[in-house]
Design a protein around this ligand. Structure first.
Ligand code: GLU
Length: 416
């Protein structure tokens, strides 16, 4: 049977599985399985050569029953409305898994940032943010970085919003530079949260993390910092990769050197002391822990049977398909699902938003300690749910999250 790889179809399939376990009634299901609001905008931008290019962008709010919409904005050539709809739904479940008072949203622009100048990027960012402004605000919808957006992008968005409303609004986006109301620890938060869940998984599986072989696919914010943090606690990083390919050394490699090499050359490929492998090969390496930290649908029915890792930690959103989930479960692989494993990013985004609203800022050790508490509690609750319902960790996380959103929706009642 051929697998449907449309991310929104996949997110609804995952939803339906959890909704069945929760025995949600048909009306509530129909409310929760589709986005509350989807906005499509055209973004005319004057390019450096004087021509005008019109980009297409999206902002989707899946659900706001538990608080304002929250989620990143992605710049990528393969962005589509269905992808953003899936990512928005996953954000709604993610904020509920870690139990922070947000709904879920996501945005994206179809573009290739590697082919754009800094000033073209700034103009596109500002015009995009202006176009989605009617549904954005610190108490409506709070964007953040995602693939190929960063603290600088967030600073331009914050400025665009602030210039429009006439005062400086720090809480309108998170993941900002620390000099502009950003939070200490936010840049590392996705990877640090992922590390906490891996530590908990190792405890449950009675597997030492020290000396464990780790392969990481993707070397952006999540992947590169996860490599560094895992190395720090004694795990052995044997392979890393980016869009240009991967590198492997079964005796271990130094992630700091890989980061420097990528800064200098644009890729981890060519790192001294390693041999080159393809991204697909990296996933099938013999290792204890596999961290997909790039795009969706990298582990599918096609390659799931070849995975050798015992723990998979989804630093990316949607890297494993539903058919692959079943194959991995049968193989006894312990999977830390995206809405748990990468929820550290949005958790510290929540801390950033709280600090911005109070104009009172915390030290990094306070941020990290609070993050650890949230991640460990979320892991425990998901794990308990998986034992109670006899389901794998993804369905358990969905049951926990969708149950929380459903409760909020029921007590609020249907308007009008
Ligand atoms: N883009 C990140 C995610 O997928 C972070 C979202 C946020 O901080 O709001 O979770």
């Amino acid at each position: 049977m051929k697998e449907d790889l449309n991310p929104f179809v996949i997110s609804q399939l995952q939803f339906d599985r959890a909704a069945d376990h929760l025995k949600l009634d048909a009306g509530l299901r129909n409310v929760l399985r589709r986005p509350k609001r989807s906005l499509i905008v055209s973004i005319p931008v004057r390019m450096d050569d004087g021509s005008v290019h019109v980009f297409e962008g999206y902002r989707v709010q899946h659900n706001i029953a538990r608080g304002p919409a929250k989620g990143g904005i992605r710049y990528h050539p393969n962005v589509s409305l269905d992808e953003v709809k899936a990512l928005a739904a996953w954000m709604a479940w993610k904020t509920a898994v870690v139990n922070i008072p947000f709904g879920g949203g996501k945005g994206g622009v179809i573009c290739d940032t590697r082919k754009m100048s800094r000033s073209e990027l700034e103009r596109m960012t500002r015009r995009f943010f202006f176009e989605i402004l009617p549904i954005i605000g610190p108490d409506r919808d709070i964007p953040a970085p995602d693939m190929y957006t960063n603290a600088q992008t967030m600073a331009w968005m914050m400025d665009t919003y602030s210039m429009t409303v006439g005062y400086s609004s720090l809480g309108v986006v998170t993941g900002k530079p620390v000099s502009l109301g950003g939070s200490e620890g936010r840049n590392e938060a996705t990877a640090r949260g992922c590390l906490f869940t891996i530590q908990e998984a190792c405890r449950v599986k009675r597997m030492p993390l020290k000396g464990a072989k780790v392969a990481i696919q993707g070397f952006g914010n999540a992947g590169s910092i996860a490599a560094r943090l895992l190395h720090q606690v004694g795990a052995k990083i044997i392979a890393v990769s980016d869009t240009r390919g991967g590198v492997v050394n079964p005796r271990g490699l130094d992630p700091i050197k890989a980061i420097r090499h990528k800064e200098r050359s644009g890729s981890v490929v060519g790192l001294p002391g390693t041999s080159r492998i393809r991204n697909e090969e990296l996933l099938e390496l013999k290792c204890e822990i596999l961290v997909p930290a790039a795009l969706e649908n990298v582990i599918t029915a096609q390659n799931a049977a070849n995975i050798k890792a015992r723990i998979i930690a989804e630093a990316a959103n949607g890297p494993v398909t539903p058919m692959a989930d079943e194959i991995l479960t049968r193989k006894g692989v312990f999977l830390l699902p995206d809405i748990l494993a990468n929820a550290g990013g949005v958790t510290v985004s929540y801390f950033e938003w709280v600090q911005d609203l109070q104009s009172f800022f915390w030290e990094e050790h306070e941020v990290n300690a609070k993050l650890e508490k949230v991640m460990k509690r979320a892991f425990r609750e998901v794990h308990e749910t998986s034992l109670k319902y006899r389901v794998h960790m993804r369905t358990a996380a969905s049951i926990l999250a969708i149950g929380r959103v459903a409760d909020a929706t029921i007590v609020r009642g249907l308007f009008p």
